[in-house]
Design a protein around this ligand. Structure first.
Ligand code: RUQ
Ligand code: CUA
Length: 649
C-alpha cells in the first residue's frame, strides 16, 4: 500500500474525488471523516479505491456497454450495464416472467406454446449462449438469439423493446450446445446438438449407437425484415455420433464456414452399472477429437438442389450426402476440446482443450488449401475426410491447466479462461506467448470482452463468468451465487474491478455491445400496439370505445388503462363464461406502466405505455374477484381497481 506506485496512483485519485464529488467528507458506516479516514475505516487499499472509481457510476449517468448474459436454468436473459455491473432487466424467454407479464396473456402464452416439446409445455430452460444479430460481422443491436440446451430450442428477442417474439424447436435433436451463433449477416442462427440420439425422436437401443445415433447442426434461416426465423427455409446437416460442442461462424476470410468442436469421438456411452466404464472415462481415451468444418454456403446449394430428406418436418442433408458434396471436414484437435473462437480477422480459430494445457491456433487458409487440394490424412469411420493436424495449425500457446474459451481485444491480444488454474490468461496472437495472468474466483467458464465476437472487438472490459464463488460473498446456504468478475483491460496488466453475484441459474455465456448501438423504443406507438407484431392490435381500445360485448365465444371486455382507472371497472359475467380481456394502456408518458391482475385466475399483465394485451380465461367459479393495477403508477394507484362479478348459473 505504501509502494511508490501505490502512492503515485493515490494522488490523482484523491484529487479526482475531491474535484468530482467536491467532498472529502463522506458519510459511511465507518464514520464521516476524510477519504483517508474512510479508507481506513472500511479497510480499503488504494487498488480498491481505484477499482471503485472505475466502476462507480453516479446517479443519472449511463453505462458505456450493455452485456446480455444468459440466465441459465432461469431460462431468461439478463441485461447488465458495464462498467457499473447494474442489472437493468431480466427478459423472459423460455420461462414465464411475472413482472413483464410474460407467459400470462394470450400473446405471450403463444410463445410458451411455440416452446413446447412433444406437445408438452416445458417449465424451464437451460440457457447458454446469447448471440447478437450481426451486419458485416459487427453487432447491429437489432436482435439477440438464445438457446435452451436441455430442451433444444432457440428464441428470438427483439431489441426494440427487449421482448421475446419467437421460439422455435425441432424434435430432430434431443439436446443442443453449439447454439446460438450467427453467420456474419445473420443469414442463419446456428444450433448444433450435443448428446447424440436417433434423429427425429425415435427409439433405438444404445448398443446401436454407431449405426443409429447421430448429431446434427441446424441452420435456422432468419428473415431480418420480419424479425422471424423461418423454419420452412431452415435445414440441418446430419453429423456422426460424437458429442459436438461449441460452435462459431467464420467471418471475413472464413465467411461461409462454421466450425464445431467435438469430444467423445470414442463414441462411448457409459454403462457403469452394467459393468462398463463410466461415460467420462470412455470419452477421454483418444488423444485427438475432431474439429468439424462445415461449408454452409455450399450446403445451401445442396438443399436448393433438393438433396435432402425430411425428418420431423426438417430438411436434413444426410451424412453421406454431406461427405459426397464436400460440405464436411474434420481436423484433429487435442483432448476434449471445449471452446472454439474465430479470431476477429476470421483468419484463425482458437481451440481450448479441457484436458490440454494449450490453445491451438488453426489457420483457415492452411486448412482450405488442404481441402482444395483434396489432401487428406485419413477418414473417420463414417468416411468424413480428416486433414493433417500439423498442416492445419499455425501453432499452440501454452496457457495453463484447462483452457476453455477465448475472447479478443483491439491490440492483438487473446484472453482465455483457464478453468483448473482458475485464471484468465492474456496472450499475444502474433507470437503465441502469454503476457499476463490474473486469478479469478473461482473456476471460470466463459469470459466476454467488449464487442468480443465481432470483426473489431473493443477489449476494454472483460467479464470472467465464474462457476464458483466460495468465499466472495456473505453466506446464503449451500447453493451459492455465481460470480461475474469485471476486469479492466485498459492497462498493460489486467486489473480486477468488481465482483457481481448472480443468483439466477448458471449463466454460461454473455455478449457485450456498445450501448449506443442499441436504440430501444420508449413506448409503444401507435397506442394499442401488440408487442409480438409491433402493429396496432385489432382489439385495441381507447377510453371512448371501452365496452363489454357478449359474443358467441364469450364475453369480450374492451378495456382502457390510464392513471388512475380501468374502464370498465365493473365486469359482470355468468359462471362458465369464457372471458376475453382486451386491455390497452392508452398513456404516452415515458415509464407510465400499469399492471393488471385478477386474483386466482393466473391473470397478470404488464401494460407499458401504448401496449395492448389480450388474455382469455374461463370464469368457472362464482364469486367476487377484485382486479387491480400492480405497478405503483400514481398517487391513486391503490384506487386503480375494479371488480369481476361472476354470478352463479
Ligand atoms: S459452455 S463453460 Cu455451455 Cu458455453 Cu463453456
Ligand atoms: Cu396503474 Cu397502478
Amino acid at each position: 500500500m505504501n509502494t511508490p506506485l501505490a502512492r503515485s496512483l493515490w494522488i490523482p485519485i484523491a484529487v479526482a474525488l475531491a474535484l468530482t464529488g467536491g467532498c472529502s467528507e463522506v458519510a459511511s458506516s465507518g464514520g464521516d471523516g476524510s477519504i483517508t479516514d474512510l479508507m481506513k475505516a472500511r479497510n480499503l487499499s488504494e487498488a480498491d479505491v481505484s477499482a471503485a472509481l472505475k466502476t462507480y457510476t453516479p446517479t443519472g449517468r449511463h453505462d458505456e456497454y450493455i452485456t446480455f448474459a444468459s440466465g441459465g436454468h432461469g431460462g431468461n436473459l439478463i441485461v447488465i450495464g458495464v462498467p457499473s455491473m447494474r442489472i437493468l432487466k431480466y427478459v423472459g424467454v423460455f420461462t414465464p416472467e411475472p413482472w413483464q407479464g410474460y407467459g400470462y396473456g394470450d400473446q405471450t402464452d403463444s410463445l410458451m406454446v411455440q416452446g413446447m416439446r412433444d406437445g408438452r409445455q416445458i417449465k424451464w430452460g437451460d440457457m447458454h449462449h446469447p448471440a447478437l444479430s450481426e451486419t458485416n460481422a459487427e453487432y447491429d443491436g437489432k436482435y439477440i438469439f438464445v438457446n435452451d440446451k436441455a430442451n433444444p430450442r432457440v428464441a428470438v428477442i427483439d431489441l426494440r423493446d427487449f421482448i421475446t417474439t419467437q421460439i422455435v424447436s425441432t424434435e430432430l435433436i434431443e439436446c443442443d450446445h453449439g447454439a446460438t451463433m450467427v453467420t456474419p449477416n445473420t443469414e442463419y442462427v446456428i444450433e448444433s446438438s450435443q448428446y447424440p440420439a436417433p434423429l427425429g425422436g425415435r427409439y433405438a437401443p444404445i448398443e446401436k449407437w454407431n449405426e443409429e445415433y447421430r448429431g446434427a447442426v441446424i441452420f435456422w434461416k432468419f428473415d431480418r425484415d420480419k424479425g422471424k426465423i423461418v423454419p420452412d427455409q431452415s435445414f440441418a446437416i446430419e453429423l456422426p455420433p460424437y458429442m459436438q460442442d461449441l460452435a462459431d461462424a467464420g467471418r471475413l476470410d472464413s465467411d461461409g464456414w462454421v466450425f464445431i468442436n467435438s469430444f467423445n469421438t470414442e463414441r462411448a456411452y457409459g454403462g457403469n452399472l452394467e459393468g462398463k466404464d463410466p461415460l467420462e472415462k470412455g470419452a477421454s481415451q483418444n488423444d485427438m477429437d475432431y474439429l468439424h468444418m462445415i461449408d454452409w454456403r455450399k450446403a445451401e446449394k445442396v438443399v436448393a438442389a433438393g438433396k435432402t430428406k425430411t425428418i420431423v418436418g426438417m430438411r436434413v442433408i444426410a451424412l453421406d450426402t454431406a461427405i459426397a458434396e464436400g460440405l464436411l471436414y474434420f481436423v484433429p484437435e487435442p483432448k476434449s476440446p471445449h471452446g472454439i473462437d474465430v479470431t476477429p480477422d476470421g483468419k484463425e480459430m482458437v481451440v481450448g482443450g479441457k484436458l490440454d494445457t494449450h490453445c491451438t491456433v488453426y489457420n483457415f487458409a492452411m486448412m482450405k488449401k488442404l481441402i482444395d487440394a483434396k489432401e487428406f490424412a485419413s477418414k473417420d469411420p463414417y468416411g468424413v475426410p480428416i486433414l493433417d493436424f500439423k498442416k492445419s495449425i499455425r501453432g499452440q500457446c501454452e496457457i495453463g491447466l484447462g483452457p476453455l474459451h477465448t475472447q479478443f481485444d483491439n491490440q492483438g491480444f487473446a484472453y482465455t479462461s483457464v478453468f483448473i488454474d482458475t485464471q484468465i490468461a492474456k496472450w499475444s496472437l502474433a507470437d503465441l506467448k502469454v503476457v499476463d495472468k490474473i486469478d479469478v474466483h473461482y473456476n471460470v467458464g466463459h469470459l466476454v470482452t467488449a464487442e468480443g465476437d465481432t470483426a473489431s472487438p473493443d477489449g476494454k472490459y472483460l467479464i470472467a463468468m465464474n462457476k464458483w464463488s466460495i468465499d466472495r460473498f456473505n453466506k446464503v446456504g449451500p447453493l451459492l451465487p455465481q460470480n461475474f468478475q469485471l476486469i479492466d483491460l485498459n492497462g498493460s496488466k489486467m486489473q480486477l474491478l468488481y465482483d457481481m453475484p448472480l443468483p439466477l441459474g448458471e449463466p454460461h455465456y454473455a455478449q457485450m455491445i456498445k450501448a449506443d448501438k442499441l436504440n430501444p423504443i420508449e413506448m409503444y406507438t401507435p397506442i394499442g400496439t401488440n408487442p409480438l407484431t409491433h402493429a396496432k392490435d385489432p382489439a385495441a381500445t381507447t377510453a371512448d370505445t371501452a365496452r363489454i360485448e357478449r359474443k358467441d365465444d364469450g364475453v369480450h371486455v374492451y378495456m382502457s388503462a390510464i392513471r388512475s382507472h380501468f374502464k370498465p371497472d365493473i365486469i359482470r359475467v355468468k359462471e362458465g363464461d369464457r372471458v376475453h380481456l382486451h386491455i390497452t394502456n392508452v398513456e404516452q408518458a415515458f415509464d407510465a406502466t400499469h399492471g393488471f391482475c385478477i386474483n386466482s385466475h393466473n391473470v397478470n399483465l404488464s401494460l407499458e405505455p401504448g401496449k395492448h394485451c389480450n388474455v382469455t380465461f374461463v370464469a368457472d367459479r362464482p364469486g367476487v374477484f377484485p382486479y387491480y393495477c400492480t405497478e405503483f403508477c400514481s398517487a391513486l394507484h391503490l384506487e386503480m381497481a375494479g371488480y369481476l362479478l361472476v354470478e352463479p348459473k
